[in-house]
Each structure stands twice: as structure tokens, then as C-alpha cells.
Design a binder for this molecule. Structure first.
Ligand SMILES: *[C@@H]1O[C@H](CO)[C@@H](O)[C@H](O)[C@H]1NC(C)=O
Ligand SMILES: *[C@@H]1O[C@H](CO)[C@@H](O)[C@H](O)[C@H]1NC(C)=O
Ligand SMILES: *[C@@H]1O[C@H](CO)[C@@H](O)[C@H](O)[C@H]1NC(C)=O
Length: 384
């Protein structure tokens, strides 16, 4: 009886339970389903809100964000200030110059910024002085960036350990004396401007060498109140004689200037050069050989726009004393300690309105066979 009753109870207990469960089960599924629906709805609302809110503040590709999970990390500042990791890009010159002309309107940077020197190598192909430069840059990572513009047909083969490895920028044909030369210089400046840390911009040729060690050059440039663009008014046939009256009234004869192609400018002047659309067409059209626009375009434009920012002298030593269309090139027999000391301290000039005999930080032109004697004398004469 007892066991039967228990069995009955179990059965009784079981039956009603199963009956109840059958009624309750769809309700639980419904509850769960509703909860799921609510979570989903909340997520969608959150992501719509996020998109609206942040979408207005930046130009991030919205289509991409729409596929990201609910709680996406908002756009970090690093994204805007990190220099491009790969110097090759698909931008054409119009796009590149536009991109490089974007300038923050707030002067103070909201992040730790160590200013760098951008060394812009304008070359045809190989860099015969590379071993000297490698020694010069050694140990100063983070204080410089390198950009190389060579002829497009040239394939650079620097090993990964080299400071020049991967530093080639998208390049185009350059005809010396033509506007394509100034185009290449603006292309170098524009690529270098993409890195917010670059503050001073030096144009270097394959025949250039540094005359001082890195720290000396860094301090000299960073503390200078002026940019080193050589600017002068040459009344002769190679100066004013190259002026074209079609440039008036934008440029009148009295404003026409000449200077060396090998300049050094600060960030502000670098932007002024890449953003120019006013002077550019005049020089492209009315300054063709025997007018060499690389000797007139930037000197004339900058001395009209920002004369107070210019030192009016070059920091790249060159020897025109032999006459002719090209400056002297120095090879192995020329390289002596006396010769180099004469370049380094042979002239007086002003620096931040003070007299100094440190006028030159770089020198040209040096033949490839000058490399070995230069490497031998570098530590004694150049201190690196
Ligand atoms: C670069 O591309 C843009 C858009 O296609 C075009 O308008 C511009 O003319 C191009 N610039 C050059 C220099 O090719
Ligand atoms: C360079 O020349 C300009 C005039 O073109 C002048 O205003 C400026 O002060 C000069 N710079 C220096 C450092 O003397
Ligand atoms: C540079 O200035 C110093 C001191 O004023 C003078 O002794 C020296 O002769 C000058 N050098 C040159 C090359 O003019």
C-alpha cells in the first residue's frame, strides 16, 4: 500500500508537473527571446548613437565602423599623429600637396612631441656618401627622419639595417633646370610634412656631406630663428637678366631674387612652399632655361612672403670659384685636414643676429672616391 501510494504520489506528482512544465516552457523561451531582443536593440541604439556622435567629429570611414562590434573603441589621437609606417602611398601630387597643407590651428601639441630634422635626399640614383651618413646618424634615432627622391627607374637596395632602408618616396622623372625639379623638392617636403614631428627640413644631394656631428647640427637648426635659404638680388644677366616681364604685377623686377637650390626651412615655410598655387604657374610658364626656376622660385616667393624668417644665406658650402655652369667637385686628392678645416671655419656670418664662424653645416660637391679619406678624417675633423 505504502509503496503504491508513493508510486501514485510520484505519478501524481510527476503528471501535474509535466503538465505545468508544458505550459511554462513557451513562456521561458519567450522571456529569453525578449531579453535577447532587448539586448540587441540596446546595442543597435548604442552603436547608432556612437556613430552619430563620433561621426560628426572625424572623417573615419562610416561604412567600416558599421560592421564593428557594439562597443568600439573611439578614434584615438594616435591615429592622426602617427607618421605613416610605409612611405609609399597611392596619392598623386595634387592629393599629396593638399594633404600636406593641412595645418592644426592650435599651436600647442596635446602630446609629447620631440622635434625632428627631416633630411630630404634629392638624388638621381645611388648614394655614394651613404656610409658617411650612416655614421653621422648612428645613435640619434628619434631625432631625424630620412626621405629619398631618386629617379623612378632606380631601384634602391639598402639592407634592412641601413638608415636609408624603406625611406624612398614615390618619385617622378626630374629634368634638371625644369619645373620637375621644384616638383620633386615640393614632393619631398610634402611627404616629410606628413610626420608632425618634423620641424626643420634640409635638402641634400648625393654629393653632399655633413660637416659637423649630429648634435651640433640639431642644436644649430632647432635654435635658429631663421631658415637657411640663400636669397640675393643679382643685378647681372644671371640674376635680374632672367626676369620675365610676364611675371608682373605678381612679381616686379625689384622683388626678383636668386639663391641656391640647397635650402633648409622650418615647418611653417615648408607648408608655405607646398601650399603655393599663386607663384607656381608663373614660374612654370615664364622661368625656363636660361632661367632656372630652382634658383629663383622659392627665394623670390619666400622673400616676398616672409623676409623676417630668412637668414638669406645657405648652410651648404659650395665652391663656385672655378667659374662655369657647375660648382667644383672634390675628389680623393683634395681631401685633407687643412681643406676641410678651411670649409668649416673659413667664413664669418650671423646666427640669430650674432657674429659666428660656424656658417656651414653641409658641403658639396664630393665625388664618390672622396668617401674613404672623408671616413678616415671624420672623427678628427667632423667629430663623428
Ligand atoms: C590627382 O587625382 C585627382 C583625382 O582623380 C585629379 O583631379 C588630379 O588632377 C590628379 N592630379 C595629378 C597631378 O595627376
Ligand atoms: C633677409 O633679408 C630680408 C629682406 O629681404 C630682411 O628683412 C631680413 O631681416 C634678412 N634676414 C637677416 C637674418 O638679416
Ligand atoms: C672672422 O672674424 C674674426 C674676428 O672678428 C676675424 O679675426 C677673422 O679674420 C674673420 N674671418 C674671415 C674669413 O673674414
Amino acid at each position: 500500500m505504502k509503496s503504491h501510494a508513493r508510486l501514485l504520489a510520484m505519478e501524481e506528482g510527476k503528471d501535474p508537473k509535466t503538465g505545468n512544465a508544458a505550459k511554462i516552457f513557451p513562456l521561458k523561451v519567450l522571456q529569453f527571446f525578449l531579453m535577447f531582443l532587448f539586448t540587441g536593440l540596446a546595442c543597435s541604439l548604442a552603436s547608432i548613437y556612437t556613430l552619430r556622435y563620433f561621426g560628426e567629429q572625424n572623417v573615419a570611414p562610416l561604412a567600416k565602423s558599421a560592421f564593428l562590434p557594439c562597443f568600439e573603441e573611439p578614434n584615438k589621437l594616435e591615429r592622426w599623429i602617427k607618421p605613416p609606417s610605409n612611405l609609399m602611398h597611392p596619392m598623386n601630387d595634387t592629393e599629396l600637396l593638399w594633404r600636406a597643407s593641412l595645418v592644426p590651428q592650435i599651436k600647442d601639441y596635446p602630446f609629447e612631441r620631440t622635434p625632428k630634422i627631416a633630411f630630404m635626399f634629392l638624388t638621381r640614383g645611388p648614394l655614394p656618401m651613404a656610409p658617411l651618413w650612416e655614421r653621422f646618424f648612428k645613435g640619434h634615432e628619434g631625432l631625424y627622419s630620412i626621405y629619398v627622391h631618386s629617379l623612378p627607374s632606380y631601384v634602391a637596395d639598402f639592407p634592412p639595417s641601413s638608415v636609408f632602408y624603406g625611406r624612398q618616396i614615390p618619385s617622378q622623372e626630374v629634368e634638371w633646370g625644369m619645373m620637375s625639379l621644384c616638383d620633386a623638392e615640393r614632393r619631398l617636403l610634402a611627404n616629410a610634412l606628413l610626420d608632425f614631428a618634423n620641424e626643420r627640413f634640409v635638402l641634400i644631394s648625393e654629393a653632399c656631406i655633413p660637416l659637423r656631428n649630429f648634435n651640433t647640427i640639431y642644436d644649430y637648426l632647432m635654435n635658429s630663428r631663421h631658415s637657411f635659404m640663400s636669397v640675393y638680388d643679382d643685378p647681372g644677366p644671371c640674376g635680374r637678366g632672367r626676369y620675365n616681364w610676364n611675371m608682373a604685377p605678381l612679381i616686379v623686377l625689384e622683388q626678383w631674387r636668386k639663391g641656391s637650390q640647397w635650402f633648409e626651412v622650418n615647418r611653417r615655410l615648408a607648408v608655405d612652399i607646398v601650399k603655393d598655387t599663386l607663384f607656381y604657374p608663373k614660374f612654370r610658364e615664364f622661368c625656363k632655361p636660361v632661367c632656372y626656376n630652382d634658383e629663383h622660385y622659392f627665394p623670390t616667393m619666400l622673400s616676398m612672403q616672409s623676409p623676417q624668417l630668412l637668414a638669406n644665406r645657405s648652410i651648404t658650402w659650395v665652391d663656385w670659384s672655378r667659374g662655369g655652369a657647375h660648382p667644383a667637385t672634390f675628389g680623393q686628392p683634395d681631401i685633407t685636414k687643412e681643406f676641410l678645416m678651411r670649409i668649416i671655419h673659413g667664413e664669418n656670418c650671423t646666427y640669430n643676429d650674432q657674429q659666428t664662424n660656424t656658417c656651414f653645416l653641409f658641403a658639396r660637391k664630393f665625388a664618390p672616391n672622396a668617401l674613404d679619406p672623408l671616413l678616415e678624417l671624420a672623427s678628427e675633423v667632423f667629430s663623428f
